[in-house]
Design a protein around this ligand. Structure first.
Ligand code: SAM
Length: 281
């Protein structure tokens, strides 16, 4: 039984971290003409009106996209500015932030004639809402399990593969399942670019994912984390957002470091960004 709905969290600091990283990866991949298959294993609804009852309940976007949007005319980093232009194009009323785009939107908007996109979603209501979005005709929406779906479609027919794995981690076992799926994916597509999002929670469940990958023999795992606050003893709830990028495009670390240096202070006095190679070449 799935209870997580991303609309409660749309546009929060973790979305900003995740989608900026995804955008930077896509932006780099588009420099070459050869076709790309994108897979989004946990798609969600695709586009989130900030006025929705669910989103208004927690208003997490106020510690995420909102302060960035307020500062948009002062941003100087080229990656941030390109990302901001895309974000602006998602708004029905120009210059008014009313919608936050989810990963299917970011992926669909980058699709070229030669590329493919498959979006998996297992929640019937979320899948229905995803179906209602006006995405590219090259975006295929599948009602089903994303990790099993990804595994079943490998190897892909295009020369390049880019996967986003962004589960809700409602079950602890998902951390291990994600690690196993990443290993399988790279066995079938050695040069595939795989992005994995994980929450930083006081219980530290993400260490299962990180240590499984380290022990698996997978190389070139870059880790990037955005902490909204320090994990103090009294901490509860998600205090940070983590991303692994396996086979990251050259220079991604520097481009993101520059962009994050500009936006991290806007997210709060305690916020902090850190990145390193979890597993090197
Ligand atoms: N990737 C989305 C984005 O960035 O906009 C957010 C995804 S949200 C964190 C996780 C989504 O995965 C939820 O919509 C949930 O219903 C869906 N989900 C949960 N288990 C799934 C599974 N086994 N396969 C596919 N989707 C699943």
């Amino acid at each position: 039984m799935l209870s997580y709905q991303h609309a409660y969290h749309a546009g929060n600091f973790a979305d900003v971290h995740k989608h900026l990283t995804l955008y930077a990866v896509i932006h780099h991949l588009l420099r070459k003409k050869s076709a790309i298959t994108y897979v989004d294993t946990h798609a969600g609804r695709g586009l989130y009106p900030l006025s929705a009852t669910e989103t208004q309940r927690l208003q997490e976007y106020r510690e995420g996209i909102w302060p960035l949007w307020q500062a948009r005319s002062t941003l100087s980093d080229p990656l941030l500015n390109a990302w901001k232009e895309e974000l602006t194009s998602a708004q029905p009323i120009p210059e008014t932030l009313t919608h936050y785009p989810g990963s299917p939107w970011w992926l669909s908007h980058s699709l070229r004639e030669q590329d493919h996109l498959r979006l998996f979603e297992l929640h019937p209501g979320e899948h229905e809402q995803l179906n209602a979005q006006g995405l590219s005709p090259h975006a295929q929406r599948v009602f089903g399990d994303g990790l099993a779906g990804l595994t079943a479609m490998l190897p892909v027919i295009t020369p390049r593969l880019c996967v986003l794995i962004d589960p809700s981690y409602e079950r602890k076992a998902e951390y291990q399942e994600v690690a196993e799926t990443v290993v399988f994916t790279l066995e079938k597509a050695r040069h595939g670019v795989v992005l994995v999002w994980y929450p930083l929670l006081p219980a530290g469940h993400h260490h299962t994912l990180l240590s499984s990958l380290k022990e698996s023999g997978v190389r070139k795992i870059w880790r990037s984390e955005l902490l909204l606050r320090e994990p103090g003893e009294q901490a509860h709830g998600m205090f940070g957002s983590g991303m692994l990028v396996i086979n990251p495009p050259w220079g991604l670390d520097q481009r993101l470091a520059a962009a994050m240096a500009e936006i991290t202070p806007l997210l709060g006095a305690e916020s902090r960004y850190q990145a390193d190679w979890w597993v090197e070449e």
